[in-house]
Ligand binder design. Structure first.
Ligand code: RP5
Length: 167
């Protein structure tokens, strides 16, 4: 398991994966999977910027104290969750726009990507949960040499797979 040097509790989730609805769970699952592959403790929670604003605020405000280093937040439609999370923490926040039924996720993408200056959210592609996980790993790897090596090995493996797939 990856443990950062500042960690008080070795099993504390380093990455918090939030989503606005249980209906987002399937799309957000690749973030959890890639973190698992890299042996990074994470936790996933359904919290909504609109439906559970108080609980969202309380959870985010208390996360740093519990050892969280990075947030991944996925939401669809009027997708305010990543921005609201970023409003309550200075920890890095990665937003995942979820593909919506009515506007194919363009609403989610624009809601998440167009943050006003001062409160950043790093936005990945529509339904890009896997890249959100990898970006969180890259952030953690800045202060963890073991993780950095694992990330290099992951890239090499990916290169080899692509080269082998040539037709
Ligand atoms: C957002 O509204 C969620 O992130 C979800 O993508 C979307 C629809 O939610 P449900 O109506 O399926 O609960 O808050």
């Amino acid at each position: 398991m990856i443990v950062l040097s500042t960690e008080k509790n070795a099993s504390a989730p380093l990455v918090s994966i939030l989503m606005g609805s249980a209906s987002d769970a399937e799309i957000m699952e690749p973030a959890r999977q890639i973190l698992k592959e890299f042996d990074i403790p994470c936790e996933a929670k359904v919290l909504s910027a609109h439906r559970t604003p108080e609980q969202t605020m309380q959870y985010v405000k208390s996360a740093k104290e519990r050892g969280t280093k990075v947030f991944i937040a996925g939401a669809g439609g009027a997708a305010h969750l990543p921005g609201v999370v970023a409003a309550y923490t200075t920890l890095p926040v990665i937003g995942v726009p979820i593909k919506s039924k009515s506007l194919n996720g363009m609403d989610s993408l624009l809601s998440i990507v167009q943050m006003p200056a001062g409160i950043p959210v790093a936005t990945v592609a529509i339904d890009g949960a896997s890249n959100a996980g990898l970006l969180a790993i890259a952030m953690l790897a800045l202060s963890n040499a073991e993780l950095s090596k694992k990330l290099d090995a992951y890239r090499i493996k990916m290169q080899e797979k692509v080269l082998k797939s040539s037709v």
